[in-house]
Ligand binder design. Structure first.
Ligand code: SF4
Length: 390
């Protein structure tokens, strides 16, 4: 039988439809598509894909279960190592991890490991009553976990599985951390986050929301007064970085953290159902080209911006966002202004009016392995914008 060189494609909502709402863009595989893709796996003896996965999911084993049509078993195999498979199947950068080292990928496209993981996890969330490994009886000591983001949830589930009594303390009024406030609904539906968190709670993990460890409770109190024997701190990297250029304090300049939090966590996109709107102008510049930048640009488009620009100092080849996100952004009409760097933001009456950029050219590779960008002297130009997202 001839080898299928390319990944089995995944159906997406059309760009025209999706820019009008926050519905998830890819539909995910159906049973036939999943089996077809799983059959591309060579079941390599040394399985480099497993080494490429940060949590060493037994990839060939779960893919084999998919080829046999035993999707629940596939999910159980994944769950031995990964507590959040429906999330990881959607947002893990597989192309630089497991899929990067997939043997199939040497001559053809790698096996779509992420899509298969998502398929198996979604199948189990929909069809399996018992998707959770029960924590063993006879509890060990109490462990506190600070933060209900991906790190905290993962640590909590692993500790519960090992028999510890786990309590998560979360600052916000919702679980999920960056999965909830950072990643938009169209890339990761919050119903999926809810279900994965629910599965971890069913393992016996207690979650306390609205508690700021370090303010409402001190770490010492967790040990001395509340009887925890260990504390895992998984607080993430929530503070934004700014460009440190003139004009960043003008109205209409957001950090991506603020912009995405207000839309995703505070549900600004559901105004007036949720009474927390956000102002998005007609011409929006997003500075940067990682996944957060793509998420911000695509969110701004959905909130009614007419022209949305990605302003990036290197070329498309160096853009750090996932290929799929760049592709989706371009399909949705996001305009790439590459080899450009902002040097100032100009405003009138305290409100953004223009962003001043300088054109860049690429030199030799730097320590990151990417070609270093250099400004082209005298090439400054102005773009008309009313919103800038850093
Ligand atoms: Fe299958 Fe690729 Fe892993 Fe080989 S490296 S077992 S082809 S997923």
């Amino acid at each position: 039988m001839a080898i299928q060189k390319k990944k089995t494609s995944m159906r997406n909502r059309s760009p025209e439809e999706r820019v009008k709402n926050f519905e998830e863009v890819p539909y995910g595989y159906n049973d036939e598509e999943a089996i077809q893709e799983a059959e591309r796996c060579l079941q390599c003896k040394n399985s480099p894909c497993v080494g490429g996965c940060p949590v060493e999911v037994p990839i060939p084993e779960f893919i084999n279960a998919v080829t046999e049509g035993d999707f629940s078993k596939a999910n159980e195999i994944i769950k031995r190592k990964n507590n959040l498979p429906a999330i990881c199947g959607r947002v893990c950068p597989q192309e630089v991890q497991c899929e990067k080292v997939c043997v199939m990928g040497k001559k053809n496209e790698p096996v779509a490991i992420g899509r298969l993981e998502r398929f198996a996890a979604d199948y189990a969330l929909k069809n399996d009553k018992k998707t959770v490994a029960q924590a063993p009886q006879g509890k060990k000591e109490k462990v506190a976990v600070v933060g209900a983001g991906p790190a905290g949830l993962t640590a909590a589930a692993d500790l519960a599985r090992a028999g510890f009594q786990v309590t998560i303390f979360e600052t916000l009024h919702k679980t999920g951390g960056v999965l909830r406030y950072g990643i938009p609904e169209f890339r990761l539906p919050k119903s999926i986050v809810d279900k994965e968190v629910e599965a971890i709670e069913k393992m016996g993990v207690e979650i306390k929301l609205n508690v700021i460890v370090g303010k409402t409770i001190m770490v010492d109190e967790l040990f001395d007064e509340m009887g925890f024997k260990a504390v895992f701190i998984g607080t993430g990297a929530g503070l934004p970085w700014f460009l440190n250029i003139p004009g960043e304090n003008l109205n209409g300049v957001y950090s991506a953290n603020e912009f995405l939090t207000r839309v995703n966590l505070m549900k600004a996109y559901k105004f007036p159902e949720y009474k927390t709107p956000i102002k998005v102008g007609k011409k929006v510049a997003v500075v940067g080209a990682g996944n957060v930048a793509m998420d911000s640009a695509r969110t701004a488009k959905r909130l009614g911006a007419e022209d949305v620009y990605i302003v990036y100092r290197r070329s498309e080849k160096e853009m750090p966002a996932r290929d799929e996100e760049i592709e989706h952004a371009k399909e949705e009409g996001i305009i790439l202004k590459l080899l450009n760097n902002p040097v100032a933001i100009h405003g009138k009456d305290g409100v953004v009016e223009k962003m001043e950029c300088i054109k860049m050219e690429l030199g030799e590779k730097d320590k990151s392995g990417r070609r270093r960008p250099f400004p082209i002297e005298g090439s400054n130009w102005f773009m008309d914008v009313d919103t800038v997202i850093v």
